[in-house]
Design a binder for this molecule. Structure first.
Ligand code: NAP
Length: 259
């Protein structure tokens, strides 16, 4: 399927690895020029070079912490106006409710709610002016079903979800869509780190932790960044203009809800 977005420009945050990279690759495959971001410059540049070589699109890199105002300013200065914004950042650490104080919540809110809000505030006016734009926020299935050990994520992403629910309806009339993608378990460094925390806590092997987690997923496996990216690229396509303010779960059926 031709996604109809060849020649468009996208800012994909937190995209040197994992789900952000999956989105960047799928957009590049559709002919979209990219601005990529992550904190670590070396991996970011290697990812950019691989995408240039594979897809022949223009790729600009900005090594910066997207959770900070300085990082957002640097990324926005390099991006200029873009047609597509994919919001993403690292997820908060696991723990229990009694671990978390104000500073922990502030970090989680900065990364997983306030950074996406700041980038939308900066970039939506240009999209509205040109009568076309796409925003996809990478959140988590934790907004539909809480993951107890990820209370910081549950809280911050719920805030972003509420913001998107209203804002998506305010901008839709200008040809601009905002939607959220809710990953369940995907095979990335983030899940290796969460699985490793289980290994340390329970004294079992990584293989046992992975097998136990997979047993909770009806599809019987972890998701891949490639299939996640394909859904992101579809939401950014000309075909998805009537998809507004939705929360789309990609979790192999793990979340046991009817709708
Ligand atoms: P990942 O494999 O660890 O990749 C994270 C990417 O984001 C890396 O490129 C990392 O590069 C970059 N990054 C992290 N913090 C950043 C920051 N403050 N500023 C700029 N770049 C940053 O993680 P992932 O699995 O793709 O997860 C992406 C998001 O989805 C996270 O918020 C995660 O919590 C959420 N999620 C993931 C899963 C899953 O199963 N994988 C499930 C639910 C939700 P640098 O470290 O160099 O900055």
């Amino acid at each position: 399927m031709d996604l109809g977005i060849g020649g468009r420009r996208a800012l994909v945050c937190a995209s040197s690895k994992g789900l952000g990279r999956g989105c960047a690759e799928a957009l590049a495959a559709a002919g979209v020029d990219l601005v990529l971001n992550a904190r670590g410059a070396e991996t970011l540049e290697a990812t950019a070079e691989a995408i240039r070589a594979r897809h022949g699109v223009a790729v600009t890199t900005v090594a910066a912490d997207i959770a900070t105002e300085a990082g957002q300013a640097a990324v926005l200065a390099a991006a200029g106006g873009v047609d597509i914004l994919v919001n993403n950042a690292g997820g908060p650490p696991p723990g229990v409710w009694s671990d978390w104080g104000r500073a922990d919540f502030q970090r989680a809110l900065d990364a997983n709610m306030l950074a996406p809000v700041a980038l939308m505030t900066a970039l939506l006016p240009g999209m509205i002016a040109q009568g076309w734009g796409r925003v996809v926020n990478i959140t988590s299935t934790s907004v539909k079903g809480p993951i107890a050990a990820l209370g910081l994520s549950n809280a911050a992403r719920a805030g972003l979800t509420g913001y998107v629910a209203g804002t998506a309806r305010q901008v839709a009339g200008h040809g601009v869509t905002i939607n959220n993608l809710l990953p369940g378990t995907h095979d990335t460094d983030r899940i290796v780190s969460l699985d490793s925390a289980e290994v340390a806590a329970r004294g079992v092997s990584l293989e046992e932790v992975r097998a136990a987690r997979m047993a909770t997923i009806p599809a019987g496996r972890y998701g891949s960044p490639e299939e996640f990216g394909a859904m992101c690229a579809f939401l950014c396509s000309v075909h998805a203009g009537f998809v507004v303010g939705q929360n789309i779960v990609l979790d192999g059926g793990a979340l046991a809800v009817t709708i």
